[in-house]
Design a binder for this molecule. Structure first.
Ligand code: NDP
Length: 302
């Protein structure tokens, strides 16, 4: 029987593991893919205190090693079910069933899809959700990035160093990204921003060859020839596993306040998967620390 099972392996989970290990608790992390979560697909992080500039994978690896230093263990297994039997929580993976007193949900979020025709069919054939992973396929090519947030701007800056031309398609007449990233984008020669526009259609036979874009101010339709499109329009929580276990808000995030407690005793939710104002590496890591404080209190009483 474990004290704590942490489901997920991003910054929130890794911080919870560090704090759990340091508090002398027996914690197991279960991660289906790789440690680091979404920051692994981030080129540069420049707003995590203590690191003026660090790549996402480097920050993830440092956090992982730090958690391991305090004795927490990570296993690469996908959790497929959770069963509650009184105070005991059973966590079922494809290969094992584990028991614990506390569960910390940290499955994070995944990129949102545009929800247009042929999006799934052309994913991997010109449509991508990860510029860091797939940018290398578009050296000297023409690409578009969709979105105006930090992810879109970071993706566009990363792609501008590889591709010949980068269009950024923004549905409003302003960007949501931080001002420092915006400044860099505006100063990049091979980037062109197409304002007030959305992608209406994906064209191409075997692969994507062009985008039909609609200007939402004047209704004009244009065809934009591109070799690839990177969708960066936000993310949605990965809550399929727990949608019948804990309370979610109407947009699908797990309802938990700054204490990270869910509506189920002994189950906490941390990082991007929970209701919160600001989703950043820093706030995810903070949740990890706070949840262990709550978990310790729960364990004393149970
Ligand atoms: P955001 O939700 O911040 O931005 C999404 C962007 O996509 C907005 O410009 C939004 O437009 C646009 N959008 C949403 N839906 C559509 C649609 N259907 N069609 C076209 N455009 C659409 O998501 P991000 O992934 O950029 O960022 C998420 C969080 O992660 C933020 O808090 C961000 O600050 C953080 N982050 C931080 C980084 C860093 O600090 N290094 C790096 C990356 C992310 P509109 O503005 O009109 O709603």
């Amino acid at each position: 029987m474990k004290d704590i099972i942490i489901i997920g392996g991003g910054p929130a989970a890794l911080t919870a593991a560090l704090y759990a290990g340091r508090a002398g608790l027996d914690a197991l992390m279960l991660e289906k893919q790789y440690e680091g979560g979404q920051i692994v697909t981030t080129n540069e992080v420049e707003n995590y205190p203590g690191f003026r500039s660090i790549t996402g994978p480097e920050l993830a690896n440092t956090m992982y090693e730090h958690a391991k230093d305090f004795g927490s263990i990570m296993k690469y297994e996908e959790v497929i079910d959770i069963k509650i039997e009184g105070d005991i929580k059973k966590v079922i993976t494809g290969v094992n069933t584990y028991e614990s007193k506390v569960i910390i949900l940290s499955m994070g979020a995944k990129p949102k899809k545009m929800g247009i025709d042929r999006e799934d069919e052309l994913t991997g054939k010109g449509v991508s959700y990860c510029a860091i992973c797939d940018g290398g396929f578009y050296r000297k090519k023409v690409v578009a990035v969709i979105g105006g947030g930090d992810t879109a701007v970071e993706d566009a800056l990363h792609l501008s160093r590889l591709a010949e031309k980068v269009y950024v398609i923004v549905r409003k007449d302003s960007l949501r990204a931080n001002k420092s990233a915006q400044k860099k984008l505006f100063e990049t020669n091979n980037v062109e921003i197409i304002w007030n526009s959305v992608v209406a259609k994906l064209n191409g036979e075997e692969r994507l060859s062009s985008l039909e874009i609609t200007n939402n101010k004047d209704g004009q339709v244009a065809n934009l020839e591109v070799n690839g499109v990177f969708v960066a329009i936000g993310s949605e929580p990965s809550t399929e596993l727990v949608k019948d276990l804990v309370a979610l808000d109407k947009t699908g995030y797990i309802i938990a306040d700054e204490s990270c407690k869910t509506n189920v005793d002994g189950i906490f939710a941390i990082g991007d998967i929970r209701t919160k104002e600001v989703r950043q590496v820093l706030t995810a890591a903070a949740d990890g620390a706070v949840s262990i404080y709550g978990a310790e209190k729960y364990l004393i009483n149970h």
